[in-house]
Design a protein around this ligand. Structure first.
Ligand code: NAD
Length: 361
């Protein structure tokens, strides 16, 4: 069996964490005598420096043809002041749009050995196991018009972002969320701002209509401001959270902190084309190049890739178990020092996971 992965490490720690995760993946494929073809491309700031654009057309095409895409992170201070069209993030938005990746899955699981790592009290976070299902190709980040223009009356400028949703966009993500809830604890929390936004009113109406097809799933609606509060007050009440693009962006970072570090959170983006896998964190320029970034979010993203795109669920289970075991033995990177028996670097953490996985295959 041969699988082709398009690898787009990007910038900053994106390069280090993808290298670490691929080290583990290559060893797993080797051990199983399976062929892994890795095609690595520049993206984000690295592509801007080399080619003057955040992503080249041929990279988008290669990603479309691959079995899966593994992404590190893009961005950094060197590219912060470029015009919108030239910003590194443009590459991500383009990939999401062109690969049809409307569904972003962000599991948030507090590992038993890390309950003391969160800034929240242990009894609040222990046992948290939730899934944020974020709509990824609609809403404020894509809606038109999106522009800045001079404003005569005030003498300044006026900037407009537009929040746009169509029924079909809401339907497909909400259906995916209901299906995900069916495979878990059968509870779905739909998050909106229906007291103010018309897009949220359409969202809520659509959820209520679809709920009739899933009588076995308990559904509740929650306003986004309340959800932000409930996530830190009592996160164990949540099973699956489904929400629109920007709310999901913010809430999933908040949820990430329940686990102690953003360096622990994986994600999968699925849709009509090739699936894309990436850690939730950014390029962390403050720690780039020091071999201290936590690679576990990316390694766990590879586990999601094995499960959702490569149809290798047993390998995904093996990898996830290895992560859990290494953590329970007290190994941590520098982002999770509390309760750590051994602090290790990016490469060393990957090596530990690799050794553990190889004992299991
Ligand atoms: P960030 O996630 O890069 O970093 C936030 C903080 O978390 C930093 O202190 C960083 O050191 C720490 N951190 C992040 N990942 C870590 C890891 N794996 N191990 C240990 N510590 C980790 O967010 P930011 O600082 O707001 O953004 C930095 C750059 O990344 C910006 O250019 C931003 O636009 C970009 N960004 C990219 C993505 C993406 O590519 N998907 C997502 C978010 C931010």
């Amino acid at each position: 069996m041969r699988k082709t992965i398009a690898v787009v490490p990007g910038d900053g720690i994106g390069v280090e964490v993808t290298e670490a995760a691929l080290d583990v993946l290559k060893a797993m494929f080797n051990a199983e005598n399976m062929e892994l073809q890795l095609e690595t491309y520049l993206i984000g700031g690295a592509s801007l420096d080399a080619f003057g654009e955040p992503i080249k057309d041929e990279v988008v095409e290669a990603c479309k043809k691959a079995d899966a895409v593994l992404l590190g992170a893009v961005g950094g201070p060197a590219w912060d002041n470029l015009p919108a069209e030239k910003r590194p993030e443009k590459a991500l938005l383009r990939l999401r749009k062109e690969l049809g990746l409307y569904n972003n899955l962000r599991p948030v699981k507090v590992y038993p050995s890390l309950t003391d790592a969160s800034t929240l009290r242990e009894e609040v976070v222990s046992g948290v196991d939730l899934l944020v299902v974020r709509e990824l190709t609609g809403g404020l980040y894509f809606g038109l018009p999106k522009e800045t223009k001079p404003h005569k009356e005030t003498g300044g400028e006026q900037a407009v972002d537009s929040m746009v949703y169509h029924t079909f966009e809401i339907e497909r993500i909400v259906r995916d969320a209901f299906e995900a809830a069916r495979k878990r604890r059968r509870k779905l929390t739909s998050v909106d701002k229906a007291n103010i936004l018309v897009t949220s009113q359409l969202w809520r109406k659509t959820v209520e209509r679809l709920a009739k097809e899933y009588p076995d799933v308990e559904v509740e609606h929650m306003l986004v401001d309340n959800c932000a509060m409930q996530l830190v007050r009592n996160p164990k009440q949540f099973d699956v959270i489904v929400t629109e693009n920007m709310f999901g962006d913010i809430l999933s970072d908040e949820a990430a902190m329940l686990t102690g570090s953003i360096g622990m959170l994986p994600s999968a983006s699925l849709g009509t084309g090739t699936g894309m896998y990436e850690p939730v964190h950014g390029s962390a320029p403050d720690i780039a190049g020091k071999n201290i970034a936590n690679p576990l979010a990316t390694i766990a993203s590879v586990a999601m890739m094995l499960r959702f795109s490569l149809d290798l669920p047993a390998m995904a289970d093996t990898l996830e178990t290895a992560i859990q075991e290494i953590l329970s033995e007290g190994y941590r990177c520098a982002d999770l020092t509390q309760g750590a028996a051994h602090i290790v670097g990016t490469r060393e953490m990957a090596e530990l996971i690799k050794e553990r996985v190889l004992k299991k295959v």
